[in-house]
Design a protein around this ligand. Structure first.
Ligand SMILES: *Cc1c(COP(=O)(O)O)cnc(C)c1O
Length: 354
């Protein structure tokens, strides 16, 4: 059998949820489980996050799956209704849709559900992606409150730079100024905001990434935030090449040896979800830290064995996990851990750890 495998730790996910709660200032916690729980599997997330106050997903299909798995928590649909034909199912499955444009209010007017839907009204406080303009808050709220098809209202916004030095206040303060006199609960914080800006917690927080043990901040390792990596990607050396000075390895011959170099060929490539653009990414080979070499191919990548003369065919390799933070691999590929975790390929067998 090809030696690649991912290990996913339910215990680490449950721990990370406790960390989120410890920062949440008493707010209720939606565990964000979109994108197959950031690559960790929806059913594992259901078990790991049993202590959450709710779960947040993108689609009706994901939400229906959660209900089939017996989830009785509140379920938030982060992008709300995509079409009016979703309203009935929303009511039937007892889901809380986000409403972010007036068309969705029209749909609710014309296709009334059997009972009023609790909704999250999303306002655009500067990200300019989804949301009613803050300036229209009076009309939107007047209309939403008058619609008999809308039940409890929670106000919502989303931050564009919670992970950067500029932070959240440039969005949060106008949001609160416009809406604080409405006497409604509100929700704004993703992982980064929750960790750094207690003033952003409101009634509900919406952590995703941190629950899987990665850091939203380029300058702060996950370990420093007391987060435990939930996914580890493991494989093994399946061949060893000894390059002579001047010889190169892999497509494009991107790594050329300056001196005799032992290179391990590892059974993991971009078709497994490893980022093709990773350059000199950290790896852990046979219990020691090392680096990848040259270009990642579809099914293989190369690692430097100079520092581990004892390593050979069969030596275990950690691509990311406890020894190699996924954030560091992402940085070596000029991307984020969000992308790497979500992109774990379906062909990689997954085992559960603790
Ligand atoms: C994905 C998402 C989150 C979670 O963000 P993280 O950065 O992963 O914590 C929160 N809110 C909304 C609206 C989202 O789409």
């Amino acid at each position: 059998m090809r030696p690649i495998q991912a290990h996913i730790s339910i215990g680490a996910m449950a721990h990370n949820l406790r960390v989120a709660r410890s920062h949440a200032q008493g707010a209720r916690v939606f565990a964000v489980v979109k994108a197959n729980a950031y690559g960790h599997g929806l059913s594992r997330a259901v078990r790991a996050f049993a202590a959450a106050d709710g779960l947040a997903v993108l689609t009706l299909e994901e939400a229906a799956n959660l209900r089939l798995m017996g989830v009785t928590h509140p379920i938030l649909l982060l992008e709300g209704l995509f079409a009016p034909d979703e309203i009935a199912a929303c009511a039937e499955l007892d889901l809380w849709p986000v409403l972010h444009h007036t068309g969705q209010l029209d749909w609710l007017e014309r296709h009334p559900p059997p009972r009023p839907l609790p909704v999250f009204l999303k306002f655009d406080s500067g990200m300019h992606r989804l949301g009613f303009p803050l300036a229209a808050h009076h009309e939107v709220l007047t209309r939403a409150r008058a619609l008999p098809t809308i039940g409890a209202i929670t106000l919502m916004t989303h931050f564009a730079q919670a992970d950067e030095a500029v932070g959240v206040d440039w969005q949060l303060q106008p949001f609160l100024r416009a809406l604080s006199n409405q006497d409604l609960p509100w929700s704004s914080a993703n992982s980064a905001a929750l960790l750094r800006y207690p003033q952003s917690c409101g009634a509900w927080v919406r952590p995703g990434l941190m629950l899987y043990g990665a850091s939203p901040f380029a300058d702060t390792p996950a370990q420093q935030l007391d987060l435990r990596p939930a996914m580890s990607l493991q494989s093994a050396v399946i061949a060893v090449q000894t390059l002579q000075a001047g010889e190169a390895t892999g497509y494009g011959q991107l790594f050329r040896a300056e001196r005799e170099t032992r290179v391990g060929i590892v059974a993991c490539g971009y078709a497994d979800g490893y980022p093709r653009h990773a350059m000199n990414a950290p790896v852990w080979v046979d219990g020691r830290p090392g680096r990848s070499l040259g270009r990642v191919s579809m099914d293989m990548l190369c690692v430097d064995l100079s520092a581990c003369p004892q390593a050979g065919v069969g030596s275990p390799v950690e691509l990311w996990g406890k020894q190699v933070p996924v954030d560091e691999v992402a940085a070596a590929a000029d991307t984020s851990s969000y992308e790497l975790l979500c992109a774990l390929a379906a062909r990689v067998p997954v085992a559960e750890a603790d």
